[in-house]
Design a protein around this ligand. Structure first.
Ligand code: SF4
Length: 86
């Protein structure tokens, strides 16, 4: 289980991430968001085999705006959960 977090303060809309992992999308502000279950989020937890794609997106980001971290021990049971900013 792992968590992807986008630092929206650091993101500058370069979109190198989009071509590495299609969960990254351009939102209405011209910055990167995560698309999870047809909603946009800046952080989400996943339990799948796509961590490598997320890490490639993080490595490709010239502004280091993407973090991929272990999320083991978190209590979510869904395959993906989202936290949408207000
Ligand atoms: S590559 Fe980094 S700076 Fe570019 S859109 Fe993605 S998160 Fe933002």
């Amino acid at each position: 289980m792992y968590r992807i977090t986008i630092d929206r303060e650091a993101c500058d809309g370069v979109f190198a991430c989009l071509v590495r992992d299609d969960r990254f999308v351009e939102d209405g502000e011209g910055l990167a968001s995560l698309e999870v279950d047809d909603a946009e989020a800046v952080t989400a937890t996943f339990d799948d085999d796509r961590r490598e794609s997320a890490e490639q997106a993080a490595a490709a980001c010239p502004l280091d705006a993407i973090a991929v971290t272990d999320a083991d021990g978190e209590t979510e049971t869904a395959a993906a959960t989202e936290e949408v900013e207000p």
